[in-house]
Design a protein around this ligand. Sequence first.
Ligand code: AMP
Ligand code: GLY
Length: 419
Amino acid sequence: MQNILILGSGGREHALAWKIKESHNCGKLFIAPGNAGTKQCGKNLNIAVLDFDGIEKAIEKHKIDLIIVGPEAPLVEGIYDHFKNHPVDVLGPSRASSQLEGSKAFANEFMKEFNVPTAGYLTIGPNNIQEGLDFIDKQPSKIVLKADGLAAGKGVLILDSKEEAKEELKLMLSGKFGEASARVVIEEFLDGLEFSVFVLTNGDQYQILPIAKDYKRIGEGDTGLNTGGMGAISPVPFVDDVMKKKVISRIVEPTIEGLKTRDYDYHGFIFIGLIKVNNEPYVIEYNCRLGDPETEVILPRLKTDLLSLINGVFDKKLSDIEIEIDDRSAATVMLVSGGYPEAYEKGKAITIERNNNNSIVFHAGTKIENNQLITNGGRVIAVTSFGDNHKESVNASIETIQNISFEKMNYRKDIGFDL
Ligand code: AMP
Ligand code: GLY
């Protein structure tokens, strides 16, 4: 039996806890800091994800064997390296390899070196602004500007006019996103359909998890501000076997080869954001973790024991496992606080009456105070359901949502609308 600590507090971490708990080998399960949903799966510990000393004390006290890292921040801050000489296993890449997510310039250089198809790009710092302005002039249509570093999902701007793009480039370089935009990557605009592929790897062997698509905009019809994600579906109808094979041979395998060539210590998930342009896949971004809310559809479809897969990562038996995926479609619909992704209030009482659709109610920003379930974030609850196709599964979630309420609750009814 293994004692396990999951780091994070969102819907992703509730889904991880829910899935890991069903494992025969799961001993005591802890989540730090967790939410009201993770509390139903294990014990929440009041420790922040960047408090490495606090985490170290907890792993001694609770005899933790495995840490599963949910969000990117502790990875980019080097949690893997922190515990390198400690007997605990940390599922997540080293600080150096998590630069695939931590720095857009780094990721683009990596893709160039290992021939992974992506948009043409140029990295601009304070010393080559003119080159950046010239590159903008050469773009045929829209212009993509990306803050090099982590900017809480807000660091990518897509601009219609060259003048605007030049203005924004200067603003970014002079600190629009703080240190994160001290360097800016300018990219060619790729026009196509986006989807995400999730890989579990030890830097040598790998397994492909279910493919998903998330819906980032706050408004129906993909309008309004970007959010962390308002819903997701899996599988993705436009990603057929031919496309999947292209993704594996042109993107996943060269990426793993790159990790090996650079001798990167990578035991964890790679979340590859892709776009299909003229039936060819291109990489839009790498992340070094699972997605949220994609995890809320991926893990329910994974029939294989997740802990066995994770153990396969560390004992190098990952390729020996036959991965089994549920054929049904899964969809998740995120319930968010009124105002999100801008200012919103917390502390609203949540009522959940019935759940007669076999939906899974994953908690995100929730907590319990004085025996009352209350909202504690922008994204509050993700409702996942199954169906024969994405329309059926989305509708089942919407039906379940009729039994859930809190003041100013908002959600998108059109997840999968474009397919
Ligand atoms: P990223 O943080 O790199 O995933 O970018 C956020 C979003 O910007 C993506 O999900 C895409 O919708 C969009 N995006 C990023 N790069 C490009 C690109 N080169 N062409 C078109 N859209 C892009
Ligand atoms: N849903 C997108 C992400 O987790 O980055």
